[in-house]
Design a protein around this ligand. Structure first.
Ligand code: NDP
Length: 326
């Protein structure tokens, strides 16, 4: 038997309870993993509360990422005792996920834990931190370099935003953090932001073009914020879009793209190919970055995860939430 958060569909939405399940109930897969840590990402918040249509079949164990040790493997790529990490591939949405003591998954979804990183650090990063790294690597692939000018990070206190600030600052970029929580200003500066701005300056309807400011952007918010970030990007600037915390809409014009050559680059972490994943996770195993994760991470147990998921969606959590499921 193993403990897991189990989501069921009800007449009024989604129910979430901790349940004791039989190992035989695990879904198909060639590797069974003893999960040490999972996390709470925005998507897990949507799944657990039922606030968004994330879960596509019930009953579901949520948790889009986990780190742990292989218990049983029918794959030549992994053997019992191997330290592994997983994020994406529909785990926690279509296939039972990491908010459980055991997970059974397909070996092609699993990665060895990067050298120099332990399971707790991997889940202080989690899907949010991995996505932040994909955004930074996308900016750099499009030619953005430290010294080019300011990089704005929206949703700065969130999982994606906070780790994007840390990665960018570590690499020498000048980071401007956009937040709705001015009380967290000092924390954002300590993560590496050089300036903190009020998200209200970006979250309402704006003009097709505004004063040029950003050489690059990591946007996890969408909606008017993304439109305004594009409108205030510098000539040739690059905006990465990965989230929708404000909304899925994009009320923009083509002006920044056709008059300033701005690039809007989408980032999807869920189905990235394995080589891109490995490269992002290796880049995250940077000792200076790992050393700073503790200050950005709150740890909870499985029993607290359902309540904390509600707080996450209500914008009450700063940084990352790691779940110790053991
Ligand atoms: P968090 O909940 O940790 O952070 C979201 C942050 O967005 C909040 O902390 C808040 O920052 C800001 N925010 C919340 N509500 C609003 C609002 N109404 N208007 C403007 N800003 C708001 O979530 P994550 O960092 O885990 O994820 C962020 C987004 O990225 C989500 O939409 C998520 O689904 C998406 N995502 C996408 C991935 C992909 O593969 N494309 C992978 C991972 C995440 P503050 O208080 O500082 O303003």
């Amino acid at each position: 038997m193993f403990k897991a958060i189990l989501l069921n569909k009800t007449d009024t939405g989604t129910s979430a309870h901790i349940e004791s399940l039989d190992e035989a109930a695990l879904p198909e897969g060639d590797v069974t993993v003893e999960v040490d840590y999972s996390t709470l990402n925005y998507k897990d918040g949507l799944a657990i509360t039922g606030a968004g249509p994330v879960v596509r079949q019930f009953p579901m164990v949520p948790g889009v990422d986990f780190a742990g040790r292989v218990r049983k493997s029918a794959s030549p790529r992994f053997k019992a005792g191997d330290a592994v990490v997983l994020n994406g591939w529909g785990v926690g949405e279509l296939h039972w996920g990491g908010l459980a003591e055991l997970a059974r998954v397909r070996s092609e979804w699993l990665m060895p834990l990067p050298a120099g990183m332990n399971a707790a650090q991997a889940m202080a990063i989690g899907t949010a931190g991995y996505t932040a790294m994909l955004c930074v690597q996308t900016l750099e692939r499009h030619g953005v370099r430290p010294g080019d000018g300011e990089i704005i990070v929206t949703g700065a206190n969130g999982g994606v935003g906070s780790i994007a600030i840390m990665i960018l600052a570590q690499r020498g970029y000048q980071v401007v953090a956009s937040t709705g929580r001015p009380a967290e200003r000092e924390r954002l500066l300590s993560l590496g932001a050089h300036e903190v701005i009020d998200r209200a300056t970006l979250s309402g309807p704006g003009k097709p073009l505004a004063k040029e400011r950003w050489a690059g952007a990591v946007d996890s918010v969408g909606s008017h914020t993304l439109a305004n970030v594009c409108a205030s990007a510098r000539r040739g600037g690059v905006v990465t879009a990965c989230g929708l915390a404000q909304g899925m809409d994009f009320p923009a014009t083509v002006a920044p793209f056709i008059l300033r050559g701005v690039t809007l680059a989408g980032v999807d972490s869920v189905y990235e190919p394995m080589d891109t994943r490995l490269s992002a996770w290796d880049a995250l195993a940077e000792p200076a970055l790992l050393a700073r994760l503790a200050g950005n991470t709150r740890e909870i147990g499985l029993t607290e995860a359902i309540d904390v998921a509600r707080g996450l969606l209500a914008g009450q959590i700063a940084g990352r939430v790691r779940v110790d499921v053991r």
